[in-house]
Design a protein around this ligand. Sequence first.
Ligand SMILES: [Zn+2]
Length: 280
Amino acid sequence: MIFRMRMIMFVAAVLFGTVGLKIFTLETKAETFVQNEATATTNSQNDSTKTIIDKTANISIPERYLTKKFLLGKVNQRQDPDFIEIAPQHTPYKLRLLKETYSAFINMYEAAKKDGIELKIISAARTYNDQCLHWNAKWKKLTPHPDLNDDLKKTLYLLRYCSLPGISRHHWGTEIDLNSLKPSYFETQTGKKVYDWLLQNANSFGFYQPYTSRTSPNRTKGFFEEKWHWSYRPLSAPFLVKYKELVTPDDIIGFTGDNTVKYLNLNEWLNSINPDLIIE
Ligand SMILES: [Zn+2]
């Protein structure tokens, strides 16, 4: 029933043009992605020995973070010394973050606490494999419906809130989901207070919301609004630059529906974020 209502809302949203998913215009292809990759490879050949430095953050980034394996979440985060387990006062779960992100979060957490705001991390770093399991489970749960009668439609439906393995920013150890994954929580008195505090203060700790309102600049496409998802910009902005140099659609494989990747404009999903998280 809930699914049917969601489907009706979804179809209505498509009809009124508020959903940027190109279900019916399948001219989307990996061309732009590959083209950008080619340009970026030329740059990276010149710069391959340099460490990317985000000038706004005055931070230098270890070379090992700037590899395809790392950016696809294919390092063993559970045993990697750069991924720190998050303490129980910051999360009810067993989660990890890159050490730089975690230390910035702790500063933000303490400041929030002083203002009477409680921040809880409910999702953090995820490996490629974690995301495959997550994606496959969501796919399996899809109720058969005439509007979801092929793999591409299923992929686009799930992509509204769930990232494909390989294109999830959560692979990087720079992303946190805070307090609740339900948009309705952020409409409650507590949720509003938390979100307002984040809007006013998170940037000063390096955290930015990638998936802002769909009415914001850059945001007519890509994932729906996520008030819970915050990204540690000093690392994630340069990571995105490097990711686009190194990763190709051929790397995005090994999960249910991976046959649809060739029809997606992956660049569109990667770039449809808060412009503050994009280094020009
Ligand atoms: Zn998230």
